[in-house]
Design a protein around this ligand. Structure first.
Ligand SMILES: [Zn+2]
Length: 175
């Protein structure tokens, strides 16, 4: 059974209660994410399942799917990035506790006891975005072979006589 995702909740309590949420969110409602997008239309589909594992450790298992429109850093055109992210978190309140987690868990670090569950969805999407997104060479608006051919002769010309202005100056002084 899936429920409406609460605005704010105590994650330990959600795990205790075994709550499971499934839904969709408009990307434009995720403010931190939209600042990284070229186009903010579209939605993300998510599942968040809170429970405890065999050792009674609280855990959050989630999945987020979306198609993000990034801005290619080479041609500055839109670049689609389809993501399907699966994650498993365990809420912790400090670094020591985080280090003790079994390796299959990522720590869900909480300063307060309350969590905005939608932040989990947004954080995963933000983490999925590469630092400098670029199309593959075949898809990019900037043709890399043209780019190289155009810029190469110019570079060679400059290299041919780097001291030309200097020589003129020197000549003037002599005369
Ligand atoms: Zn491009």
């Amino acid at each position: 059974m899936s429920l409406q995702l609460p605005e704010q909740a105590d994650p330990w309590r959600l795990c205790e209660q075994g709550k499971c949420y499934e839904g969709r969110v408009a990307l434009q409602d995720l403010a931190r994410l939209t600042s990284l997008l070229n186009f903010t239309g579209g939605e993300a589909a998510f599942t968040l399942a809170f429970d405890r594992d065999e050792t009674r450790r609280p855990r959050v298992r989630g999945r987020v799917c979306a198609e993000l429109q990034l801005c290619c850093q080479r041609c500055l055109q839109s670049m689609p990035l389809a993501v399907d992210l699966v994650f498993q978190l365990s809420p912790v309140t400090g670094l020591e506790e985080a280090e003790r987690l079994p390796e299959e868990y990522e720590p869900l670090m909480l300063d307060e006891h309350l969590l905005h569950p939608m932040d989990l969805v947004e954080d995963e999407l933000i983490l999925a975005i590469p630092p400098a997104p670029r199309h593959t060479a075949a898809d990019c608006g900037v043709d890399l072979t043209d780019y190289r051919q155009e810029s190469a002769p110019e570079a060679a010309q400059q290299k041919e006589n780097p001291f030309a202005p200097l020589r003129v100056l020197k000549h003037d002084n002599d005369g």
